[in-house]
Design a protein around this ligand. Structure first.
Ligand SMILES: Nc1ncnc2c1ncn2[C@@H]1O[C@H](COP(=O)(O)OP(=O)(O)OP(=O)(O)O)[C@@H](O)[C@H]1O
Length: 653
């Protein structure tokens, strides 16, 4: 534990420990984990046994200490627990989540059971569909996840995963040296030639949606091996043959979709398009079990209904390409949501009311890129909200500690960071907040705005912002997809249609009111799911794991202070320090305090009957009276000192 908390001390300690191969450190109530980019032999069954039943602090800092404490507390008090794992891309969140799940699987009382195996198998499946190679991380999760594991009498009885904000743009575009989601490459590498033919597929280099990053292979991952693991996971999770087949069909249809091209033509002086390829269109219609002309209708013209009339407006080439990509994104993201629900159906069958849960939240950290767009605003908004949750928790812990030690305090206050982006997110934010101090207006020449987040000022580019926020498939295209002869596909889009269109409200009167068809924005949906997540988490006892990336080169055991310091700021640890500094952040055990400062008594006799608190008071009374407000004596074991250089200086002298 750090007894003194400031930026420099934290940084120096993390550095010193890291160079000693100690990747874990406690900082207040947080476990800091610095990515070693090198596998230490510290996660075996021997370590599970060593940490099992041990409270935090009994053994050196370790992820298993957090898991063990959370598990023990859940068992003892049947109180729900949550471990919040955060950090930037490549910092080690996914690994920490996997290790926590493995720890739980190993210590739970039913040992290895079918349900435990199914819960663990869900992981490679979601990795195939939700992870991709980025320049920062070869296996980057492109969605946030909240996994609740349910226990009854110490045995795992089920689990439920919630997913947040899958990155959709990746399905249709990739930056240089990046890839699309693993599953496409795995499928093409692992399927037999015959099977590939069945879906009209060839090699990954041939697909526009797969080859934009430049390289379709990965040195750190064998795609055909991963495909085998994916197929095993389908088996363990009881996917039917038909379901597996439909999943493949949707994936193949997305790839064909990306290869559709258009020819620009002029009709009546209007720029319009003609479909350039018929082979892809045929394949897509065949795979999705739809009539041949549906795609043509969806891709070349817009349908507007006014007072019962259908008006058809031909698309220009940009609109046609956009609508092609919108269909691909909708197909893939609906499939992803369906998969998560399908896994939950299998592994979440326990009567949850009677069980307790231990949850893990693996969520992207604060992002500040060269160009920040809508996705970054969502992610940073999520971080802002989680930071508020974290501050509340730290604040509560402080209050509890002061109450226990009967320390009077009055001036601890923490800044509610909520207003930073609240509402600005739900509506077309940049038009509404020019008079908000936390908001910066875009300059005329730059389409951007600024938000002062808790972690610093971030500049957002508004280019494509509103489209990204809408991100909807035209309702007539959704209707077309609902007509698929494949029941699973039809059902997926019917759910989408029912969720967005004709939403009905059950008013207090008991009457149903049909709302005007309205599609909630991505931001509104996300904000709603985030608030519900916070609501669930606030009923749990939280633990915080902050993953830190020590360098930007994925280099093993190399600690760059400037890289780490930036993250310390973003992870909110310095905010904890600020909160603690407003109270009495330095807590020293009586005997340590006496040992260290008895010299200031200059030989004054300490009577054998003096209690440690009396001696501490004697020492403190040697200080000038105007410093009285800087310390407190705890009721049970510690002196509390408000950090102040003058006091420190004097005592040290
Ligand atoms: N505890 C660890 N021990 C050894 N190596 C690790 C550990 N944690 C992470 N790594 C290494 O760092 C890489 C990146 O970690 P991980 O995928 O967990 O990052 P992440 O924070 O989940 O990133 P993203 O947000 O992009 O998904 C891993 O593939 C692994 O090589």
């Amino acid at each position: 534990y750090f007894s003194v908390l400031d930026e420099r001390t934290i940084l120096e300690n993390l550095d010193a420990r890291y160079s000693n191969d100690q990747i874990y450190t406690y900082c207040g109530s947080i476990l800091v984990s610095v990515n070693p980019y090198h596998m230490f032999n510290i996660y075996g069954l021997d370590m599970v046994k060593r940490y099992e039943g041990q409270p935090i602090g009994a053994l050196p800092p370790h992820l298993f200490a957090i898991s063990s404490t959370a598990y023990g507390r859940m068992m003892k008090n049947t109180e729900n627990q949550v471990i919040v794992i955060s950090g930037e891309s490549g910092a080690g969140k996914t690994e920490a989540t996997k290790l926590t799940m493995q720890y739980l699987a190993a210590v739970n009382r039913s040992g290895s059971s079918t349900i435990t195996e199914q819960i663990l198998e869900a992981n490679p499946l979601l990795e195939s569909f939700g992870n991709a190679k980025t320049i920062r991380n070869d296996n980057s999760s492109r969605f946030g996840k909240y996994i609740e594991v349910f226990f009854k009498q110490g045995s795992i009885v089920g689990a439920r995963t919630s997913e947040y904000l899958l990155e959709k743009s990746r399905i249709v575009t990739q930056a240089p040296e990046e890839r699309n989601y693993h599953v496409f490459y795995e499928m093409l590498a692992g399927m037999s030639g015959d099977r590939r033919k069945q879906f009209g597929l060839t090699s990954p280099e041939k697909y526009f949606y797969l080859n934009q990053g430049g390289s379709c292979t990965l040195s750190s991952r064998d795609d055909s091996d991963s495909y085998r693991m994916l197929c095993d996971a389908f088996q363990v999770l009881n996917f039917s043959r038909q379901e597996e087949e439909t999943i493949h069909k949707i994936l193949a249809a997305v790839l064909h979709c990306g290869n559709i091209f258009f020819k620009r033509i002029m009709v009546d002086n209007h720029d319009t398009v003609e479909m350039g390829s018929s082979a892809e269109v045929k394949w897509i219609s065949h795979l999705l079990e739809l009539s041949d002309d549906w795609l043509k209708q969806a891709l070349t013209q817009k349908v507007t209904e006014t007072k019962g009339d259908r008006v058809l407006t031909p698309y220009n080439i940009d609109q046609a390409l956009d609508s092609r990509d919108a269909i691909s994104k909708a197909l893939y993201s609906r499939l992803f949501t369906w998969l998560v629900e399908r896994i939950n159906m299998i592994v979440c069958r326990a009567e949850r009311e009677k069980s307790s849960s231990l949850a893990v939240l693996d969520i992207f950290g604060f992002e500040d890129f060269h160009v920040n767009s809508f996705e970054q605003l969502c992610i940073n908004y999520a971080n802002e909200t989680l930071q508020f949750f974290f501050n509340q928790h730290v604040f509560r812990l402080e209050q509890k500690e002061y109450a226990k030690e009967k320390i009077e305090w009055s001036n601890i206050d923490f800044q509610d960071n909520q207003p930073a982006t609240d509402n600005s997110f739900l509506e077309k934010c940049h038009f509404h907040h020019s008079d908000n101090g936390l908001y910066g207006k875009p300059r005329m020449s730059h389409p951007e705005f600024h938000v002062n987040h808790y972690a610093g000022k971030i500049k957002y580019s508004v280019l494509h912002f509103l489209e990204k926020n809408k991100d909807t498939l035209r309702s007539d295209v959704v209707e077309l997809l609902c007509e698929s002869k494949n029941k699973m596909i039809a059902q997926m889009f019917k759910e989408m249609r029912d969720r967005f269109i004709n939403k009905t409200l059950n008013k207090a009167t008991g009457r149903f009111v049909t709302m005007k068809p309205r599609t909630p924005t991505v931001a509104a949906n996300f904000s709603e799911s985030l608030l519900s997540l916070i609501d669930t988490m606030s009923r749990c006892n939280p633990y915080f794991v902050r993953c830190i990336k020590p360098n930007n080169d994925k280099a093993p055991m190399s600690f760059e202070r400037s890289v780490v310091l930036d993250q310390l700021r973003y992870t909110g640890m310095l905010e904890t320090i600020r909160i603690r500094k407003m109270g009495f952040p330095v807590r020293v055990k009586f005997h340590h305090f006496i040992e260290r400062y008895r010299c200031v008594l200059r030989g004054e006799r300490i009577h054998v009957n003096h209690l440690p608190t009396d001696v501490c008071l004697m020492i403190l009374k040697t200080q000038p009276s105007h410093l009285v407000h800087l310390y407190r004596i705890g009721a049970t074991k510690k002196s509390y000192v408000r950090e102040d250089n003058m006091v420190k200086q004097k005592w040290t002298n």
